[in-house]
Design a protein around this ligand. Sequence first.
Ligand code: UD1
Ligand code: UDP
Length: 364
Amino acid sequence: PTVICVAGARPNYMKIKPVLDGLEERGARTVLVHTGQHYDESMNDVFFRDLGLRQPDHRLGAGSGSHAVQTARVMTAFEPLVETVAPHAVVVVGDVNSTLACALVGAKAGCVVAHVEAGLRSRDWSMPEEINRVVTDRVSDLLFAPSSDAVTNLTAEGYRDDQIHLVGNVMIDTLYANLDRALSSDALDRYGVTAGGFGLVTLHRPANVDSPDTLAALLDALRQVATRIPLILPVHPRTASRLESAGVPAGLRLVPPAGYLDFLALQASARLVLTDSGGVQEETTALGTPCLTLRDNTERPVTVDEGTNQVVGRDPARIVAAATTVLRDPPAKRRPALWDGKAGARIADVLLDRLRTQGAARPT
Ligand code: UD1
Ligand code: UDP
């Protein structure tokens, strides 16, 4: 069978790689499509090199824009490609605009659509990703859940049991596949930090960085945490210009977006991570690094219930208090079920079995 695998933004590459590998090892023909949602060297090319991801077979070149413009550009470029390739299935990962756009096109073209990372819910409809998650699941045939909370959400929303597959976390497949390489690199020297001697920060959620008042409050919190431990912040392009006008406190060092291996080494060696990223909440849990999530909610509750994550919101006093506690008394390392490096293989087995037994037809 022919399977189109879609990627386009930074967190997609780590998620698609184990799926591509699993499908190819089982003899499927894969077609890698890059939507072009992210395009800077540091948001894109570096991940192909670090992960050993092969170059895309097709590039849609969508680029940046408003939600409607970006989603529409991906859709109008993807539709004729689906017509030409005539795949049996389309695999989309995560919750970015490229995910939703390609799921919609695939479903209307009559392909089996598989969503990797299905069922995650923040229940926060102000997040564009929550809309992408819910709508992508709705038009997908196969729902690959990373954790049991996602299965519970999907069941409650009325999906059939035969659509839902608890397979574990593909992002953690990639983490285990690359951790030794990351740890044996000279990343810490290049960043001028020592293991356990620094905190790592990422910020890019619109709710955190697009409002000057919220960003100022978060920077005030980081300023206070930085009096206890130096902080390093690889800056996402969305955040770069906003930080310039907001002013950066002492003790918080800004660096360009990090490559995957460097960022993995930094996460593994940090005493503490403060973030609003989805993937970083998961990776810190797998690594056993304490994580404070600077949001009011998470679509990844398993990282709190069974991992090292705490959702601490945006109030500086609460963030500083949580950081102080965690620096003194770090949480124990635990690992959620099926976060074992084999999620991509499970996905490939289920998808190819589905195509073999029921053909490529979508259920009516
Ligand atoms: C997107 C995803 C978000 C994900 C994040 C991962 C959506 C709705 N959002 O957010 O879920 O967590 O990617 O990093 O899909 N830009 C560059 N260079 C690039 C890419 C972007 O300069 O290579 C700048 C552009 O000014 C662009 C802005 O960043 O307008 C935002 O990019 P966009 O892809 O729209 O959203 P992200 O904030 O990156
Ligand atoms: N990441 C990276 N360099 C950075 C920040 C993040 O390689 O400077 C990796 C991180 O390890 C994880 C992924 O990017 O694998 C998370 O992506 P991001 O935070 O952009 O998106 P989200 O997960 O919030 O959608």
